[in-house]
Design a protein around this ligand. Structure first.
Ligand code: ATP
Ligand code: MG
Length: 363
């Protein structure tokens, strides 16, 4: 068992540069308390500032630099005033996801005491789900093209690609995850009534994998009614597994139902650990609030907790560190300080410090 972990820190752009230092403050405090040895290596690339200086988002040897790392702790990328979003995204984050085979995008969504859910009457503990998004294939392929461009016969086509290996592994991940949960239920997002080839095939893979997990209950729901139920009865969901596109939509909708986007964390995982996994807040670089020290750092801090948990395979010190960070987050969400998105007046730094103090005080 490993006892020393190397972490690449990539704050990126905008509020990524404000929330990651607070995440590090809390991760370092937890590492100290639980005796986890971390080596943090910070890089200023995977950012639009780097692009402005060099004409690319990352150095040519980025892969060499990141491969020896146990994890990547990422802020946000995007500064449309300098670089178009599709260039900054495909030049950094999407390269990591694909080239490091981070085929799971895991996004928890939970309601907390002290944070008002936009759904009437929902309070702490009512919503507690894990969204598992397939992160490397599906609808987000670049296979396709435009024919007869500019004529009245113009046609555009873009393929969805589902591999047996890619689909089975994401289903297995979801069912394994459900084993660790109290409710032990998997919901499979589909659209096999309308998408007549790939989605019935996707359902069949779900059914095959499910048959190996007799203790896990499961159902499949069409994406349209599933979105409606996220809003109408979110408490019914436990683990939700979805294709790349459907998962993208659900993993914004789920956290939105719990309060502010400033709370939502995510993990881009290569579960076999052949490549480093990446942990990042769901939110983006938020140019509208950058530079004011008012961004909510909780999403970044919670992502850091998920990183510690993953590093130790959800066992021992890393798992305890994760739970202690989450407990400190919950306490501060109740007592404050709160950033303006939660109705408070506190700064990013105030909240980071309060969570770190709470973590060490509960020792
Ligand atoms: P992406 O880079 O994922 O496309 P985006 O451009 O869609 O992101 P964000 O950068 O996440 O959007 O910002 C969306 C809105 O949410 C903005 O008004 C922003 O100020 C707000 N927001 C995002 N993150 C936070 C945060 N951590 N704290 C407070 N407000 C936030
Ligand atoms: Mg953005």
């Amino acid at each position: 068992m490993k006892t020393h972990y190397k972490i690449a820190v990539l704050p990126g752009d905008g509020i990524g540069k404000e929330v990651i230092p607070e995440g590090l403050r809390v991760v370092k405090a937890a590492a100290q308390r639980f005796g986890i040895a971390l080596e943090l290596v910070e890089f200023d690339w995977a950012s639009c500032d780097y692009y402005a200086q060099t004409g690319s988002m990352m150095p040519d040897n980025w892969k060499e630099l990141l491969l020896p790392m146990d994890a990547i702790y990422f802020g946000a990328v995007g500064w449309p005033a300098i670089v178009a979003d599709h260039i900054s995204l495909w030049g950094s984050l999407l390269k990591f996801r694909r080239e490091f085979d981070q085929y799971i995008n895991l996004r928890p969504a939970q309601t907390f005491a002290g944070v008002r859910s936009p759904l009437a009457g929902r309070t702490a503990g009512d919503i507690d789900m894990l969204i598992v998004r397939e992160n490397t294939e599906g609808e987000y392929s670049s296979v396709g093209g435009i024919m007869y461009e500019g004529t009245e016969n113009e046609v555009v086509m873009q393929q969805s690609i589902f591999s047996r290996r890619g689909t089975e592994r994401v289903m297995k991940f979801a069912f394994e995850l459900a084993k660790t949960r109290a409710r032990k239920h998997v919901t499979v997002a589909t659209k096999s009534n309308g998408i007549s080839i790939s989605m019935p095939w996707w359902d069949a893979r779900a059914s095959e994998v499910a048959s190996a997990y007799p203790d896990i209950s499961w159902d499949k729901q069409h994406i349209d009614i599933l979105c409606a139920r996220f809003v109408l009865s979110p408490e019914r969901f436990d683990v939700v597994v979805a294709s790349n596109l459907f998962g993208d939509i659900l993993s914004d909708l789920g956290p939105a139902c719990t309060g502010t986007i400033g709370l939502a964390p995510s993990a881009n995982l290569n579960p076999e650990r052949r490549f480093p996994s990446l942990f990042e807040p769901v939110h983006g670089s938020a140019p509208d609030i950058y530079g004011k020290n008012i961004a909510n750092p909780v999403a970044a801090i919670w992502s850091g907790a998920m990183m510690l948990d993953f590093l130790t395979n959800s066992k021992g010190a890393g798992h305890e560190a994760h739970d202690a960070i989450l407990a400190a987050i919950k306490a501060v969400l109740i007592s404050g300080p709160h950033t303006p998105d939660l109705g408070g007046k506190a700064s990013t730094t105030d909240v980071g410090k309060a969570i770190a103090e709470r973590l060490l005080a509960s020792n």
